[in-house]
Design a protein around this ligand. Structure first.
Ligand code: SF4
Length: 279
């Protein structure tokens, strides 16, 4: 394990669902990733190439959907589907009735707001708004197994995305604050198109979430020690295993929720660098 780890977070650090999730899962992982900025020294999941392929396919699918939502023709985008997985997801997407007539659609929307002594940022696949009636957050997931709704309900993503839309989304709603009761988060699973996970919201949940996030952000900002998680299942797919003496062998995709965990972290990094598709 490295000695003399830094423990002070940069005052300009911007939090995201991913960094909060890392802290929640393991304070040491947060420290290594966001304070020490350590490269990822270990493979997160086995088999490596299979995992990489899945990530790349997921990224391409996200780009295709985004480009479709901003009006590029289906025929042109369909030609990009260069694997059986992407073709299947794309077909499922095109066949699904999202029923968003009349909604204003914001793709790859970034919202941020001050929270405690830092800022909190979220990047959304799609926010669909019918002013005064409904605000739906869509997130596309290309997991090969459908996660349990209970697992998704407590993810930081579910909590941060809904709360930040309420906190910072007024400009999407004709300048009026978005009432928590109008917000819904939908995870649409490309391999399970008829089983999206839907998470409505209310004022009590919003207050709980915002207070929790602000509290967590302040806690992290004031922390001087970042202990290793006591739940060593979290280490199986963590890239810092070698730093922590928590085993050299990566977890297998099918062993646990590693696919979802890994995909969530990877995708957040990808999303920050997303580029337009060139034709
Ligand atoms: S290997 Fe385990 S203890 Fe170390 S950072 Fe990763 S999750 Fe935390």
């Amino acid at each position: 394990m490295p000695e003399n780890l830094k423990s002070e977070l940069s005052p300009s650090f911007t939090f995201s669902q991913s960094s909060l999730q890392d802290y929640f899962d393991c304070p040491r992982r947060f420290q290594l990733r966001y304070i020490e900025h350590l490269a990822w020294p270990a493979v997160e999941t086995e088999p490596v190439l299979e995992n990489e392929r899945r990530q790349q396919e997921g990224q391409l699918f996200h780009r295709m959907v985004q480009q479709h939502l901003v009006g590029l023709p289906v025929e042109k985008l369909t030609r990009l589907a260069n694997s059986p997985d992407i073709s299947r997801w794309w077909e499922n997407y095109l066949n699904y009735k999202f029923e968003l007539d009349g909604y204003s659609k914001y793709t790859e929307l970034a919202l941020n707001a001050p929270s405690g002594s830092h800022r909190l940022l979220a990047k959304y696949d799609l926010v669909a708004i019918l002013p005064g009636h409904k605000a739906i957050i869509f997130d596309w997931k290309t997991y090969h197994k459908r996660p349990k709704d209970e697992w998704m309900a407590v993810r930081m993503q579910t909590r941060v995305y809904r709360a930040l839309l309420v906190q910072a989304g007024a400009y999407l709603n004709g300048g009026l604050p978005i009432q928590p009761g109008l917000v819904e988060m939908v995870y649409w699973y490309a391999d399970f198109p008829s089983e999206p996970a839907r998470f409505p919201y209310n004022a009590t949940q919003y207050k709980r979430d915002w207070d929790t996030m602000t509290g967590l952000i302040n806690e992290i900002g004031n922390h001087r020690s970042f202990p290793l998680t006591e739940d060593d299942k979290k280490c199986a797919y963590c890239p810092y295993r070698s730093y922590c003496d928590r085993g050299g062998k990566a977890g297998a995709l099918d062993d646990s929720d590693a696919e979802m965990e890994t995909a969530a972290a990877e995708f957040n990094l990808y999303f920050e660098q997303i580029a337009e598709i060139e034709f």
